[in-house]
Write a protein that binds this ligand. Structure first.
Ligand code: ATP
Ligand code: MG
Length: 395
């Protein structure tokens, strides 16, 4: 089945002089997402993007439903600006809906092209009457129809009745890059997704403490990247072997500061990766007050080691809200697999909630060994991760 897709976008329409650049990026991203869908054309015009594919239209729509910047995607048909042609196309679309068991409909017309001789309400009435005659078993319901048959009158007429929501936001890449500190937990994949939604390309880094954390924990992070890659095309993951560093901190640092010391080391290493990758920020899954290492003083102590902005997209979200988002983007089921995270390995019994930065810095004097950091960077495993294919039309 081949055909036409109508994609609608939101905020980038407001970007003034940058609008052309944003739209062009969006079109590029759509092209990437449809790489194996037989794209014949992608054309933008007055706030809409029209795509024609020779391959499976539903699969193409699903792919587009994960392209940041798009707010909705619909398989569509088009017709000449001629009432008979529009009638035929509308009847064909409604026949599809009827075949899926829908019984009520309404016609909803928009007429950006004011040279069309009938007004939108006139077209609604005209088509409604024609469709009722064609399908006597169907009924009009203007308030709560099964099917909203949308008709857009532009230089041609476009007709559609199904839509998948897109993620909204800005096209990936328009906001530069950031390094995401990605654990196997619930929060950080969501934080990464939210950063991506604002146009930031992410490069995740995972700190792995084998054998304290098993390779299953690493596998989990790779699986999370596969899900994020559905939205990004592919993801470049850094795995940093963290055991040696963690041991040094554990042996030499006070118990109650372990998590802070660990986080600061992660930040230093992530900072170096950012340099290498041309990234302008770091992203974490922290949220104020969630745990001892996420009080304001702890966040300050963690952030003090880097001179890049640290983005914390979840900073004001409740756990429930984060979980809902994790479910909707598809990371939740992977995140709850029960493998240890390195932060839980030497977890202090009474973690400091108000760390004194001066003290932290003094403690680190004998502990932060530049050679260990270099060695960890040297040993980094870098993997390009492709997306896993996603579910059904409704998914
Ligand atoms: P998450 O669900 O993302 O693990 P969390 O609520 O468990 O978050 P913490 O374990 O305190 O929070 O971690 C806070 C943040 O530090 C994480 O969101 C993540 O950005 C980063 N982080 C923690 N552990 C790791 C790790 N092993 N590798 C990379 N980043 C990590
Ligand atoms: Mg965690």
């Amino acid at each position: 089945m081949s055909g036409l897709i109508l994609a609608r976008y939101g905020e980038i329409g407001l970007k003034g002089k940058n609008r052309g650049f944003f739209e062009q990026k969006l079109v590029e991203r759509m092209g990437d997402a449809l790489a194996d869908c037989g794209v014949e054309k992608i054309e933008r015009e007055y706030g809409r993007i029209y795509v024609r594919v020779s391959g499976d239209v539903e699969k193409a729509c699903r792919r587009l439903s994960r392209v940041f910047g798009l707010v909705a995607v619909s398989p569509a048909s088009s017709a000449d600006l001629d009432l008979d042609a529009i009638k035929a196309a509308a009847a064909a679309a409604l026949a599809e809906a009827r075949a899926e068991g829908h019984t009520t409909f309404k016609v909803d017309t928009r007429r950006p092209n004011k040279s069309f001789p009938l007004t939108s309400p006139q077209v609604n009435r005209f088509l409604g009457a024609h469709l009722l005659k064609t399908f006597p078993d169907l009924k009009v319901d203007v308030h709560n129809p099964d099917v909203k048959l949308e008709v857009e009158l532009r230089e041609r007429a476009y007709i559609y009745w199904r839509s998948l929501p897109g993620p909204g936001g800005l096209p990936l890449g328009v906001s530069g890059r950031a390094v995401l500190l990605l654990s196997g937990g619930i929060d950080s994949p969501v934080a990464g997704w939210m950063a991506m939604k604002r146009g930031i390309e992410i490069i995740p880094v995972y700190f792995h403490s084998f054998p304290f954390t098993s390779d299953r924990a690493k596998e989990k992070v790779i699986d999370l990247c596969r899900v994020l890659a559905r939205y990004a095309g592919r993801i470049k993951l850094y795995v940093i072997h963290f055991t040696d560093i963690q041991k040094v901190l554990h042996q030499g640092g006070p118990d109650e500061l372990q998590t802070i010391l660990l986080r600061r080391m992660m930040m230093r290493i992530a900072r170096r990766i950012a340099e290498r990758e041309g990234a302008a920020a770091l992203v974490t899954g922290e949220s104020v007050g969630q745990v001892a290492s996420q009080t304001l003083p702890s966040l300050a102590a963690t952030g003090a080691v880097v001179d890049l902005p640290i983005l914390r997209p979840l900073i004001a979200l409740d756990k429930e809200e984060i979980i809902a988002r994790a479910k909707s983007i598809g990371t939740f089921d992977i995140s709850i697999r029960p493998y240890e995270d390195c932060c839980t390995v030497f977890v202090p019994r009474h973690p400091e909630t108000h760390p004194d930065l001066g003290r932290v810095v003094r403690v680190e004097e004998g502990l932060v060994d530049q050679a260990l950091i270099e060695a960890a960077l040297e040993r980094a495993e870098i993997t390009e991760i492709e997306s896993t294919e996603e579910g059904s039309w409704e998914a």
